[in-house]
Design a protein around this ligand. Structure first.
Ligand code: C2E
Ligand code: MG
Ligand code: MG
Length: 242
């Protein structure tokens, strides 16, 4: 009943650059249950550990299929929950998924939220470094909603920052978050990080993000999450663009 959907991440001129893997529960009686509802429960019961490793393995195999089908390589981004990240065997799970699928580690990025990283900061740092050593990328998800400071970012072995969608919602309001977004982008760039804006829904937001120098966006304007069959269409567009 668990299925994976893929949401495009694009450069601001529309080129596909990545796919975020989003878990959906298709319940036979209750219909589609969104991750915000069942993931906290899976986290509480500990089931998220086995679900999370299934997601990782399944998504890597899927991505490898797309590579084998001859499409240009596109990175996949997999969300990692607090409990999953706290496990000492996480690095083994990640390398196992890469080995089993034969996926190039450069095509995998893990998304971690600030709170996950801040919890037990020293151990987190070590674990993140080991993941980066595998060649896998790390993105800070929902950036700006936690308590970490921009300067703290500098010390983290991450390569991508995802600006939380709450900033976008307010971006064009008077006294809105535009200045904040601009600041996050410029600091992130100084640290050599790539910036993805989450929840891009309107042309106005896109224009603002262009003005702020943001690298990439994800959101309904760029494409909703789709089933793997539909990903073929997205990847095929890349070939015609070449
Ligand atoms: P997230 O990682 O921040 O994922 C982005 C969420 O924003 C997704 O919600 C996506 O559907 C939604 N979104 C994308 N574009 C737009 C837009 O234009 N407007 C609005 N309003 N929303 C947009 P979704 O799929 O409901 O996932 C919610 C959260 O559940 C994710 O937030 C992530 O934290 C978690 N999650 C999803 N899949 C997994 C998974 O496999 N493992 C773990 N541990 N967590 C997951
Ligand atoms: Mg995410
Ligand atoms: Mg997010």
């Amino acid at each position: 009943e668990l299925i994976l959907q893929y949401q495009p991440q694009r450069t601001l001129d529309g080129m596909l650059s990545g796919l975020e893997v989003l878990l959906v529960w298709e319940h036979p009686r209750h219909g589609r249950i969104p991750p915000n509802v069942f993931i906290p429960l899976a986290e509480e019961s500990g089931m998220i550990v086995s679900i999370g490793s299934w997601v990782l393995n399944h998504a890597c195999l899927q991505a490898r299929e797309w590579v084998d089908a001859g499409y240009p390589p596109v990175k996949i981004a997999v969300n990692v929950s607090p409990l999953q990240f706290g496990r000492s065997d996480l690095v083994k799970t990640v390398s196992g998924a890469l080995e089993a699928s034969g996926l190039d580690p450069k095509l995998l990025e893990l998304e971690l939220t600030e709170s996950v990283i801040m919890h037990n900061a020293e151990e987190s740092m070590e674990r993140m470094s080991r993941i980066r050593t595998l060649g896998v990328g790390i993105a800070i998800d929902d950036f700006g909603t936690g308590y970490s400071s921009l300067s703290y970012l500098r010390s983290l072995p991450v390569n991508t920052v995802k600006i939380d969608q709450s900033f976008l919602r307010e971006i064009d309001a008077p006294g809105g978050a535009m200045a904040l977004v601009g600041t996050i982008v410029s600091l992130a760039h100084q640290m050599g990080l790539s910036v993805v804006a989450e929840g891009v829904e309107s042309q106005e937001q896109l224009e603002m993000l262009r003005g702020a120098g943001c690298d990439k966006g994800q959101g309904n304007l760029f494409g909703e999450p789709v089933a793997p069959e539909r990903v073929h269409e997205l990847l095929a567009q890349l070939i015609t663009m070449e």
